[in-house]
Design a protein around this ligand. Structure first.
Ligand SMILES: O=C[C@H](O)COP(=O)(O)O
Length: 247
């Protein structure tokens, strides 16, 4: 079985500051190492500063367009040039607030990869979809849009983040068992197409992860780290979450 190095990534969303970045960067580099990778998805305007300070850096979204007359869009190639390694695609806030469809997300995934960024594909169901037993079909459709566009091989250079929408920023974390069940489903789904890709694929959990619940979540067989929102803005909490991902 392939061993997977855990990844803990902070997603600052539309929060944070240069001051906070300067304060956190040295500590994040110190906690990262052989046992865990630590990354920060900072607001786009902080990507260069974050990367220059040696933090593994991601951009929170990219345009599906390579370049041209698209005012306000974020160019994947420029994020890469400024030092980003990862790009979030399909975060539920992009899907639900900004109306991104599965096809839009697949196009952004493709552009990120084309420009040398590793896409982190966010998937997850709403509370209503969970109650209607649609969790697996919703997540399947979100992943299938990428597979249909690019083939399963594209997933070998990507990360998946399972983030139940009902757990994001609500304080209602999925239990370790609930999360593991979905992670296992995702890995098995991909294994049915390519078992090696599935074994190597990092699948992160996100949704109200904090320093109290992270160890139990990360101890699950198919949970390879986390995508952390609110708690990634608090230095001590985030460092402690990163520590808890170390085997
Ligand atoms: O990308 C991160 C997630 O949306 C989780 O956010 P949260 O940890 O504040 O619930």
């Amino acid at each position: 079985m392939a061993s997977r190095k855990p990844l803990v990534a902070g997603n600052w969303k539309l929060n944070g500051s240069l001051e906070l970045l300067n304060e956190m960067a040295p500590e994040l580099k110190a906690v990262a190492g052989e046992d865990v990778d630590v990354a920060l998805f900072v607001p786009a305007l902080l990507v260069a500063s974050s990367a220059q300070q040696g933090v593994i850096t991601g951009i929170q979204t990219v345009s599906e367009y390579e370049s041209g007359a698209y005012t306000g869009e974020i160019q994947a190639s420029l994020a890469k040039e400024l030092g980003a390694s990862f790009a979030l695609v399909g975060h539920s806030e992009r899907r639900h607030i900004f109306g991104e469809s599965n096809e839009d997300v697949a196009a952004k995934f493709a552009m990120a990869q084309q420009q040398g960024l590793t896409p982190v594909l966010c998937v997850g169901e709403t509370e209503q979809q969970r109650e209607q037993n649609e969790t697996e079909s919703v997540i399947s459709a979100q992943i299938d849009a990428v597979i249909e566009k690019l083939g399963v091989a594209a997933l070998s250079q990507s990360v998946i983040a399972y983030e139940p929408v009902w757990a994001i920023g609500t304080g209602k974390t999925a239990s370790p068992e609930q999360a593991q069940q979905v992670h296992q489903f995702i890995r098995a789904k991909i294994a049915s197409l390519d078992s090696e890709i599935a074994q190597r694929l990092l699948i992160l959990y996100g949704g109200s992860v904090n320093e109290q619940n992270s160890s139990d979540l990360f101890a699950q067989a198919d949970i390879d780290g986390g995508l952390i929102g609110g708690a990634s803005l608090k230095k001590d909490a985030f460092i402690s979450i990163c520590e808890s991902a170390k085997g």
